[in-house]
Design a protein around this ligand. Structure first.
Ligand SMILES: CC(C)(COP(=O)(O)OP(=O)(O)OC[C@H]1O[C@@H](n2cnc3c(N)ncnc32)[C@H](O)[C@@H]1OP(=O)(O)O)[C@@H](O)C(=O)NCCC(=O)NCCS
Length: 182
């Protein structure tokens, strides 16, 4: 699915463009993914685990634009890709076809300006449009900012899984399982 682009004004007065990333954004997407993966302990991957080539990423972005059950919405400030959110089906079988999951991350310098709220509101609308009945995610229990964003937009915690991540230094962390009905 392709998001119908729109412009929003951030809390600091800056203008931010929301649009689906396209093939031409592949290299910017990989740079953004590496940066956001390095900036916190809250992401699924370490920076060095992002091994897609620009060609792989171009193909992936093009496939998402053509898929009615998936969407990506990115945020651009002065032409720079600073944030992205992506909606994916939980699975392909009839019994789970009503469920979707998503990821979201923003380059740290741009946190707290309302980009997360704007992207997630649009993603929720897109998930409804795609026919999903519920939206799910897992969030590290220490991720206070993320949890505040999800609660603000109607998500509820329905469980907590211990030892969801194991970091390279041997530490573990738990994740809350959160859900919003659509
Ligand atoms: C989590 C994340 C997406 C939030 O995005 P953001 O653009 O900073 O969010 P917003 O500015 O829209 O703020 C959302 C809400 O967070 C809350 N919030 C803001 N600052 C906060 C803080 N310091 N502590 C706790 N909550 C805070 C507020 O309730 C705010 O809503 P409000 O603006 O209406 O008051 C972003 O911080 C991020 O990318 N983090 C790293 C990656 C990550 O954690 N991804 C999610 C993995 S599950």
């Amino acid at each position: 699915m392709r998001f119908k682009e729109k412009t929003i004004t951030l809390k600091n007065g800056q203008t931010c463009l929301l649009r689906s990333p396209e093939e031409r954004d592949a290299e910017a997407m990989l740079d953004y993914l590496r940066q956001t993966s390095a900036e916190t302990d809250f992401m699924l991957r370490y920076e060095d685990e992002i091994t897609l080539t620009p060609d792989d990423e171009r193909k992936s972005l093009s496939d998402i634009l053509d898929d009615p059950k998936r969407i990506m919405i990115a945020a651009f400030i002065d032409g720079k890709l600073v944030a992205n959110t992506g909606l994916n089906p939980f699975g392909q079988t009839d019994r789970v076809r009503h469920r979707a999951e998503f990821g979201i991350s923003i380059i740290k310098e741009y946190w707290g300006q309302g980009i997360g709220s704007a992207l997630l509101s649009e993603l929720i609308a897109a998930a409804k449009q795609a026919g999903y009945e519920q939206l799910e995610l897992e969030v590290v229990t220490q991720n206070e900012r993320g949890i505040a964003l999800y609660k603000k937009l109607g998500f509820e915690t329905f469980g907590t899984r211990e030892h969801t991540f194991k970091y390279r230094d041997g530490r573990y962390c738990a994740c809350h399982l959160m859900l919003r009905r659509l």
